[in-house]
Design a protein around this ligand. Structure first.
Ligand code: PEP
Length: 251
């Protein structure tokens, strides 16, 4: 079993041909020193840049990810991108259910579960995001919310649930500079691990990432938690040296 941590960058809707080239070249070159042997590193990029970044990653340890995909195989779904199309560009991971898609595009738990299924069917590892809003945390509903979100994915993908990656991303920590404390993150990760253990014969295979304002300064403490197997990094993944420092912080 591959026990290396996974550090995945989420560029969101950022980048340009010139900026991507500089960023990926610097990250790919720096990965050897940053401890790529200890951790997997991936970047999840906007769809139009997949071909460019695939070419830039070739021959390096940096892996390619997408930020979303369609739950449908093909057909009359204007604007959608299928898992098979992503696969043709060497995509290894696809984020599904990011809170920005749940919030701005009305993605339901059931749709997120279907997207995870479409990814798995094409040989892509879905990075399934779960996480509570600030109002939900303050109302003491964190456990209920993340369990409900993960339960939908387990229900739809039960037989291959050990092939997914889960990212716990408290919504109040994303892009806000407010990070969950290592203890807060660990508590939710332990809960998710227990839920997966009840549903899977190989729960130890599932990597549980933390995401939400992880940066070069706070990564080591978060990544040292026993049930944190990596990070999903937004803002800090746009700066090569910050991203490399997070990779170097993997345990
Ligand atoms: C994210 O978008 O998944 C994320 C964690 O963003 P940030 O690191 O900027 O909070």
């Amino acid at each position: 079993m591959d026990t290396r941590q996974l550090i995945a960058g989420n560029w969101k809707m950022n980048g340009s041909l010139a900026a991507n080239e500089a960023l990926v070249r610097e990250v790919a070159a720096g990965l050897v020193q940053a401890g790529a042997a200890r951790a997997h590193a991936a970047v999840c990029v906007p769809a139009p840049y997949l071909a460019q970044v695939a070419a830039l990653c070739a021959g390096s340890a940096l892996e390619l990810g997408a930020q979303d995909l369609s739950c449908h195989e093909k057909g009359a779904y204007t604007g959608e991108v299928s898992a098979a199309m992503l696969r043709e560009f060497g995509v290894r991971y696809a984020i599904v259910g990011h809170s920005e898609r749940r919030q701005y595009h009305g993605e339901s738990d059931a749709l997120v579960a279907d997207k995870a299924r479409a990814a798995l069917a094409a040989g892509i590892t879905p990075i399934v995001c779960v996480g509570e809003t600030l109002a939900e945390r303050e109302a003491g509903r964190t456990h209920e919310v993340v369990k409900r979100q993960l339960a939908a994915v387990i229900h739809t993908n039960g037989h291959c649930i050990s092939e997914i990656v889960v990212a716990y991303e408290p919504v109040w920590a994303i892009g806000t500079g407010k990070t969950a404390t290592p203890a807060q993150a660990q508590e939710v990760h332990a809960l998710l691990r227990a839920q997966l253990a009840a549903a899977s014969t190989h729960p130890e295979r599932v990597k549980l990432l933390y995401g939400g304002s992880m940066n070069a300064a706070n990564a080591a403490e978060l990544l040292a938690q026993p049930d944190i197997d990596g990070g999903l990094i937004g803002g800090a993944s746009l700066k090569a040296q910050d991203f490399l420092q997070i990779v170097a912080s993997a345990r």
